[in-house]
Unconditional design. Sequence first.
Length: 119
Amino acid sequence: VQLQASGGGLVQAGGSLRLSCAASGRTFSEFVMGWFRQAPGKEREFVADIRWSGTTYYGDSVKGRFTISRDNAKNTVYLQMNSLKPEDTAVYYCAAGPASGPATQYDYWGQGTLFTVSS
């Protein structure tokens, strides 16, 4: 599976942004799709994931602010981010795997897209 993330950039605190991740190469609906992020000097952090059925899970730091969704017809997963904070600044990675869980559960990773929130 090849994953291509897009949508990163610069946004002011309190603003919104949507990331997209397009998948190709395998049957998209087979996979749990996840978003992770890694800030400078920090470990990779779970953000959200979504099963083929639409069931979602969120990291505590983004609950109520971020929404993950998927369009199986378009082989694309989205991350809508609202009420952004400077601490959301990170490289965001999309990933695909057979089950929800930590980063080690995911077999395929996109290249990452940088997203910066200015205060």
